[in-house]
Design a protein around this ligand. Structure first.
Ligand code: AP5
Length: 213
């Protein structure tokens, strides 16, 4: 049983690392952003409510997000643990998570915000399997096409530079203060996010493997 949080600003590499760690440790990635984008694409009642938040880079209402996570982590594939990516993002969400479960480790990706604009603007995602690429830092084998299922890659609506900057501001104001909350609980480890994708992954694996020593 292992419960992890991947924490950090927009485009720090949370999703990229969560997908790799999920494969290595056999626990599902629970990514609020992916769940919300799926709801928007399917035009579910949640998707209809949340679309404008996603498009403009604002945080969705806490009650909707907490319910989404509660439902997701109660599914059978989460019985041996999970990896939270993009949750919690406000103090209220963190308090709700504390009531819900005990997290083993928070992997806090620390990286300069200017570097993140380039990462976000160059990001491409697979609309079918949510795989994450970057035109420069992590290109697919064939330009514009997902390696896994050949789907045409797309750019996220909120990856325009102006919206990325707004998301970074929202992160600094509402989400970054959670670092102190995790520090008090004593389960936070800083990860140097300025390294390449493999370098960041290695640091995370070392931190996770220490849990079992
Ligand atoms: P969400 O999808 O969670 O967006 P985010 O936190 O802004 O994070 P990103 O998905 O942008 O980035 P990432 O850290 O996963 O980076 P990635 O691996 O893709 O949320 C979207 C929206 O949903 C929010 O704005 C909000 O509206 C709503 N929402 C979500 N959760 C919510 C919550 N809890 N409460 C309320 N609202 C919520 O990497 C980025 C790019 O960089 C990629 O192209 C990748 O290839 C590249 N890259 C990755 N690592 C490296 C590296 N080490 N070096 C170079 N390039 C790299």
């Amino acid at each position: 049983m292992m419960k992890l949080i991947i924490f950090g600003p927009p485009s720090a590499g949370k999703g990229t690392q969560a997908q790799r760690l999920s494969k290595k440790y056999g626990i599902p990635q629970v990514a609020t952003g992916d769940l919300l984008r799926e709801a928007v694409a399917k035009k579910t009642p949640l998707g209809v409510k949340i679309k404008s938040y996603l498009d403009t880079g604002k945080l969705g209402p806490d009650d909707l997000i907490v319910q989404l996570i509660r439902d997701r982590v109660s599914k059978p594939d989460c019985k041996n643990g999970y990896l939270l990516d993009g949750f919690p993002r406000t103090m209220d969400q963190a308090r709700e998570l504390d009531k819900m479960s005990q997290v083993d480790l928070v992997l806090n990706i620390v990286v300069d915000h200017e570097a993140l604009v380039e990462r976000a603007v160059g990001r491409r995602i697979c609309p079918k399997c949510a795989a994450v690429y970057h035109v420069k830092f992590n290109p697919p084998k064939k330009q514009g096409v997902c390696d896994k299922d050949n789907a045409q890659l797309v750019q996220r609506e909120d990856d325009k530079e102006e919206t990325v900057r707004r998301r970074l501001k929202v992160y600094s104001e509402q989400t970054a203060p959670l670092v102190e909350h995790f520090k008090k609980k004593g389960n936070l480890v800083d990860i140097d996010g300025s390294k390449g994708i493999d370098g960041v992954f290695d640091q995370m694996v070392r931190a996770i493997d220490k849990l079992h020593k």
